[in-house]
Design a protein around this ligand. Structure first.
Ligand code: NAG
Ligand code: NAG
Length: 368
């Protein structure tokens, strides 16, 4: 106490005039600061409102009641703040408004992900080790005909079926030379395959599934129909309408690729697009760039399709350029980079290297 009062005295004594000048100056400063803060709150609010109007128009969002509208506006504002935080944590990507900006993180996880369960495949066959010395520095299956246009899983946790079907579409193209869009709904309706080691880990339509279970289902059932013969509805628990005589693509073999990134690249180049699991926490706000967050959980909750890789990413704010993986997502071409996500390579970012499966298609005589 003594020390403090001496200190205050020492500060106060020298000159009242100077002190007065200083305090007035600082009052002015803090007044201005307060006004600026109030203004910026108003600004933020107007900005948020403007962003929300644009968001509703762009994604054709309507809300049943004014209460729902106000609630969604509040969620939207929280997501704008979240996008800002993601931007700081992930400076080589661009985070902002997406079609999921009016959903809480829990709603987003419940309705748009669906990799189930969150564990690694127990007993799938290991892919053989491939040579890696002559891998191209950049590679993209989209430029080589093995990738169908981006699809949309809608409000259904069926990502696992899109990841599975994407890999089979690529493998079928490699085996036959034909790129056929294949049926995810067949898996959603008909595949109840379980992990042989985990009796509770079964594919379950819009409630999640696992790509390796789905490959096993396709292997056992004989194949899948075309998208146009068994179209996607995103509806859960519809009766299975699979018709064996409409099979157009089949699985010959599938295997689990080791976590080694060169092996992943070699399997991608040799066998076509790969089914991969990922943690999707940064994907709710991602709009572009190479996602390389300082911190990302390796807990897998989303299934996507690895279609290519690049040696260095364009970074919108000139952050260090990074090698990346190119992932096809199933949230329509209006999400991310025309439906795609780029994530940095070299560090198992968000678990992207930890559950990778490769499929080989059987050569099927396609009846038109
Ligand atoms: C399936 O793949 C594994 C590893 O890639 C291989 O050892 C096995 O012979 C393959 N089986 C068939 C039927 O092709
Ligand atoms: C299955 O498909 C075949 C060929 O398109 C058709 O002739 C048959 O009626 C279908 N069966 C059922 C049960 O729909």
């Amino acid at each position: 106490m003594d020390f403090l009062s001496n200190f205050v005295l020492l500060l106060l004594v020298p000159s009242l005039l100077v002190l007065k000048a200083v305090s007035e100056a600082s009052f002015d400063e803090s007044d201005n600061l307060m006004i600026r803060q109030v203004e910026s709150h108003v600004d933020d609010f107007l900005n948020a409102e403007r962003h929300f109007e644009k968001f509703k128009a762009r994604f054709q969002k309507t809300y049943a009641t004014p209460e729902e509208h106000d609630y969604r506006f509040n969620v939207f504002k929280a997501n704008l703040r979240r996008a800002k935080r993601h931007q700081l944590l992930d400076p080589s990507a661009v985070h902002g408004v997406t079609q999921f900006s009016d959903l809480t993180p829990a709603e987003f996880r419940r309705d748009y992900l669906g990799l189930n369960p969150l564990r690694f495949p127990a007993d799938a066959q290991q892919a053989p080790i491939l040579p890696t010395d002559n891998l191209p520095t950049d590679f993209d299956w989209r430029e080589n005909g093995a990738v169908t246009p981006v699809k949309n899983q809608g409000n259904c946790g069926s990502c696992w079926s899109f990841s599975t079907i994407g890999a089979l579409e690529g493998a079928h193209f490699l085996a036959t030379g034909n790129l056929e869009s294949l049926s995810e709904q067949q898996l959603v309706d008909c595949d109840r395959e379980c992990d042989p080691e985990e009796y509770d880990a079964c594919d379950d339509g819009c409630n999640g599934g696992l790509m390796n279970n789905a490959f096993e289902y396709i292997l056992k059932t004989g194949g899948v129909e075309r998208e146009k013969d068994y179209p996607y509805t995103g509806r859960d628990r519809s009766p299975c309408k699979f018709n064996e005589s409409k099979i157009v693509a089949s699985v010959s073999n599938f295997s689990v690729v080791s976590i080694d990134e060169d092996q992943i690249a070699a399997n991608l180049v040799k066998n076509g697009p790969l089914a991969v699991g990922i943690n999707a926490v940064f994907m709710q706000t991602y709009t572009a760039g190479v996602s390389c967050p300082f911190l990302c959980s390796g807990e897998l909750d989303h299934g996507v399709l690895l279609v290519g890789y690049g040696s260095a990413g364009y970074s919108p704010i000139r952050f260090k350029e990074k090698p990346y993986w190119i992932l096809k997502n199933s949230w329509s071409k209006y999400w991310g980079e025309h439906g795609y996500y780029r994530i940095c390579r070299g560090q198992n970012m968000c678990g992207v290297d930890s559950m990778v499966s490769s499929v080989v298609a059987a050569i099927q005589t396609t009846s038109q």
